[in-house]
Design a protein around this ligand. Sequence first.
Ligand SMILES: Cc1cc2nc3c(=O)[nH]c(=O)nc-3n(C[C@H](O)[C@H](O)[C@H](O)COP(=O)(O)OP(=O)(O)OC[C@H]3O[C@@H](n4cnc5c(N)ncnc54)[C@H](O)[C@@H]3O)c2cc1C
Length: 339
Amino acid sequence: MARALADKGWQVDVFDQATSPAAGASGVPIGVLSCHVSVDDNPMSKLTREGLLKVRTFAEQHLVKGQDWLDCGVLERRLDGHTKKKIWQPIERDSVWHGWVQTPTDLQLAQAGLSEINAHEQLWQAPGAWIKPAPLIKALLNHPSVHFHGGQCLQAKEMQALGYPAVVLALGAHTSDFLAELSDAPELPLVPVAGQISWGLHDAEQAKLFPPFAVNGYGGFVSHVPTPQGLAWYSGATFHRGQANTVVTALDHASNFEKLEQLLPQAAQALRSKWQTADSLGGWAGVRCTSVNRVPIARALDAVKLPDWYVLTALGSRGLTLAMQCAEQLAEQINNAHC
Ligand SMILES: Cc1cc2nc3c(=O)[nH]c(=O)nc-3n(C[C@H](O)[C@H](O)[C@H](O)COP(=O)(O)OP(=O)(O)OC[C@H]3O[C@@H](n4cnc5c(N)ncnc54)[C@H](O)[C@@H]3O)c2cc1C
């Protein structure tokens, strides 16, 4: 949001209760960028296509490919819960999905250890990618008109007193708590969704058993990711709707493993012993913020009661894909209202 406003000529102060950027849900060590594919091409699908293009273009220009992000493509398994499979028809040239989605090749399925399954029940998203939020957010904030102030846990009334010409609340799962302090603030239909990912290091030999691209559809899996400690794999995440705790638990690790067994049986088999050794298994837990209809909220808060206050939240489990596009749209709205 800060970058979108700065690019339009605003001076932006970012106040964060955390001491450094990429806290909250954006502290997730890695995220998958992919489209929400729907047969009726619903508004969320369109938004994810726009969002994916936007973040990829920024990443191409400002991040190190292979280190901070990778345009490796995403294999989406059409697993719904445990049993339901969705058949996807080949994409016609005049479809909006042409160039975005296709049936995976035999080679891609073999690389995922999935040669036995029906290719038409899966999707290959060629523009998909993985990205590390920390370098992305650092690069976004690296603008002469953006001023980051860490360790600033603001209250709504304090914020009002500061007298900024425009205020954007981008507080993720904390948005409702922040607004609760203001008697005239509208109630937003927000729901916290806690989640945990499991991760660990792998060697080059093990890497041969993992696909060289990201996989999602029932939890997700990314491997071959360079970290200071070596190559890493990431698996998950769990979903606890209505919960806001950030404690890493053995139960959630087990749940991530069960999902991986269905998503990528070969990778799960290769990692089974790691999952049983607490020392070699890492975990990270955070809280997503979603709206009741799962659509992001990027708009004026209440033009009459709180003029010049805006909100960008409810980015859900695709926030890394959506954030820049939603911010761009809101920055446009703010600019139009003020210039
Ligand atoms: C386990 C997990 C896995 C995920 N995987 C993916 C993925 O694969 N792909 C994808 O696209 N997305 C993924 N997401 C979602 C994505 O991480 C989020 O949608 C996105 O990071 C939300 O960003 P945000 O800025 O809205 O909220 P946050 O990143 O939560 O930021 C909110 C900020 O507000 C600050 N704050 C709160 N209250 C105050 C206050 N009173 N004063 C000052 N500062 C305050 C916090 O410190 C924080 O920095 C995942 C999320 C989780 C939890």
